[in-house]
Write a protein that binds this ligand. Structure first.
Ligand SMILES: [Zn+2]
Length: 186
């Protein structure tokens, strides 16, 4: 198979368009979509940070909390909360119009806490091993997938696949290679 015809087709995670991935890390069809995704991640981060601030401000020993505080703590919507109150599932007190307080202790028994905001976006976990037992050599790859060694090198560079040289051999993670050539005729 000529190198030029080898492509990874993906669906853009923002606009849904199919596109040819330039590297195995490309998830968006264009700079524009990648910017939109970045902005969405940032907004989500900021939103979570704001909610974390609210959670921090809730006095530890106070049981009855505001609806907005319950949202910040558990991520449960106003509607859900009012439904729980209406059904009598959780205790509440009413301090006046729009001054409902709900029992934090009771909510803690019913709901897991909302996940904390990530101050730094987590890097995508690289789950490859460069141990020789988990790798192919270039020779093994070209044999298995019927490619020229030079083509294999080209793909490895093009898709930024990690390699490790030991003696005269270059080792490449099996997982990455199998993924890359998945669906390719052998
Ligand atoms: Zn797109």
């Amino acid at each position: 198979m000529p190198a030029a015809k080898f492509e990874i087709k993906r669906k853009c995670q923002v606009c849904g368009q199919e596109f040819i991935a330039k590297t195995i890390e490309s998830w968006y069809c264009s700079k524009r979509c990648s910017n939109i995704a970045y902005k969405r991640r940032k907004d989500e981060e900021k939103r979570n940070q704001r909610l974390d601030e609210i959670v921090k401000s809730i006095p530890k020993h106070q049981d009855y909390i505001k609806v907005s505080e319950a949202y910040a703590m558990f991520g449960i919507s106003k509607d859900t909360l009012y439904r729980l109150i209406h059904k009598g599932t959780i205790s509440h007190i009413n301090l006046g119009t729009n001054q409902i307080r709900v029992s934090k202790e009771e909510l803690l028994k019913l709901y897991p806490l909302r996940k904390k905001a990530l101050t730094k976006p987590k890097p995508v976990a690289k789950l490859y091993s460069l141990e020789p037992k988990d790798c192919y050599t270039i020779g093994e790859i070209s044999k298995k997938f019927h490619l020229e060694d030079s083509t294999v090198y080209l793909h490895i560079r093009k898709y930024s696949i990690p390699t490790r040289q030991i003696g005269n051999f270059v080792y490449v993670p099996k997982k990455e290679i199998d993924n890359l050539y998945k669906g390719m005729k052998q």
